[in-house]
Design a protein around this ligand. Structure first.
Ligand code: PLP
Length: 419
């Protein structure tokens, strides 16, 4: 056993994320099987932003997934980790002109999101008439109208993509086609509040309507991410892909058109735990506070409070306490993780394991007050191996170049331009 491995019974030093390799493998395989069964001509492209840990991206690459990126930095990260350009799905509203041109020239599956990207793609096609410039367009569609209660922005509009109903999508297609760009795909991503496959039926129905109305001949239909995933629900991925297929059959030929999916949370949320320790317990008035060595900056960085985490405490004493406020290590009053009612009484040194916390947590990598927790892999043989050590002051100092910009001397004689 190497020094970075630990016996599972001890658990890792806290705070630490633990990725369960078996659980991750189960979810990835389940989605791959659903695609193989219902839409074999498909691409599973892992949403890098959801959790961009290099180990994870390399794991996904080994499992045959592509990388779905939404910024130039993510694109460069995927390339640095060995994803070929043609196995990268390049999305997002903030592409640079330079990288967009390079991605289009090197065959990345690219979905445009804004007018300036349409302009840049058209410009490229005019400049290089022999180049086969193909793009997809992100569609802005009204999820809330089709599936009431499902939109994460309620009845407010989503800001991504092109509106079909007000004519913007058609205009973008016109501008691209005229310049010699082939509009080869539609990108339908939306997030929803529930795991209902009806959201994906609605998405496929909108795509189907656009394809028929505009007479599009597409290479890909990118249905996006936004799926839910649970280790216990073995049917869900099948239901998603079979309902997408059923909605589109008769409109497109699944043998000709590639279905692209961009799962993030559905495959990486459930396999990850965060191990924390109780640092202190104090009673203030009628309230009991349990202070831990983790924080909302690690568990719920967007402060949505809807992060679905479970708690599993190894409480030493099996008595219960009516109300315990679990709090983080930061100095923020609202760094409260949850309130436990009639739960085993926690005391200093107890380990708390938060479950299903792999999505949109560690990717935010907060350096607020403390540096990011370590990450361990619980391997298939049950041993833990260290994937990323806990952040240290040295790491923070290394990423800053402040010395050269300090005033020349500390005596206050900094040069000031004469007026
Ligand atoms: C374009 C796009 N694709 C994929 C995803 C991944 O979504 P999820 O983690 O819900 O699967 C997102 C997340 O919002 C996204 O914006």
């Amino acid at each position: 056993m190497s020094s970075s491995e630990q016996q599972p019974s001890t658990g890792p030093p806290t705070p630490a994320f633990v990725i369960d390799e078996a659980a991750l493998g189960t979810l990835v395989t389940r989605f791959q099987k659903a695609l193989a069964q219902h839409w074999p001509n498909s691409v599973m492209s892992y949403s890098v932003k959801t959790n961009s840990l290099p180990w994870l991206l390399s794991y996904m690459k080994q499992r045959g997934l592509w990388a779905e990126v939404v910024s130039d930095s993510e694109y460069k990260l995927a390339r640095a980790l060995g994803f070929a350009p043609e196995r990268i799905v390049y999305n997002g509203p903030v592409k640079s002109r330079a990288l967009l041109r390079s991605a289009l020239c090197s065959g990345s599956l690219t979905n445009l999101d804004s007018g300036r990207e349409v302009r840049w793609a058209a410009e490229l096609a005019r400049e290089k008439p022999d180049l086969d410039v193909r793009v997809g367009l992100r569609v802005n569609w009204d999820l809330e109208r089709l599936c009431p209660g499902e939109s994460t922005v309620g009845d407010k509009a989503s800001r991504f993509g092109f509106d079909f109903e007000n004519g913007n999508l058609g205009e973008a297609i016109g501008e691209l086609t005229e310049a010699g760009v082939r509009v080869a795909g539609l990108h339908m991503h939306r997030n929803s509040r529930t795991s209902s496959p009806k959201v994906f039926q609605a998405s496929a129905a909108v795509a189907s309507d656009i394809i028929s109305t505009l007479g599009l001949d597409l290479d890909w239909l990118d249905i996006g991410g936004g799926f839910f995933g649970s280790l216990n629900d073995t049917e869900l991925f099948d239901q998603y892909i079979s309902s997408i297929r059923a909605t589109l059959s008769g409109v497109v030929d699944p043998g000709q058109i590639r279905l692209v999916i961009e799962p993030g949370g559905s495959v990486i949320a459930a396999p990850v735990e965060l191990h924390a320790k109780v640092l202190d317990v104090k009673d203030i008035g009628r309230q009991r506070f349990v202070i831990t060595d983790t924080s909302r900056v690690d568990l719920d960085p967007l402060f949505r409070k809807s992060t679905p985490f479970d708690i599993c405490a190894e409480a030493a004493v099996q008595q219960t306490h009516p109300e315990q406020v679990i709090a983080g290590f930061t100095c923020m009053e609202d760094d409260r993780l949850m309130v436990l009612t009639d739960y085993p009484t926690l005391s200093e040194g107890d380990r708390i394991v938060f479950r299903r916390v792999g999505a949109y947590t560690m990717a935010y990598g907060s350096s607020f007050i403390e540096y990011p927790p370590a990450v361990y892999l619980r391997r298939n043989d049950g041993l833990l191996s260290l994937i990323r050590p806990r952040g240290e002051v040295e790491d923070y100092l290394q990423s800053n170049h402040w010395r050269d910009s300090l005033p020349a001397s500390s005596t206050g004689s900094t040069a000031i331009a004469a007026s």
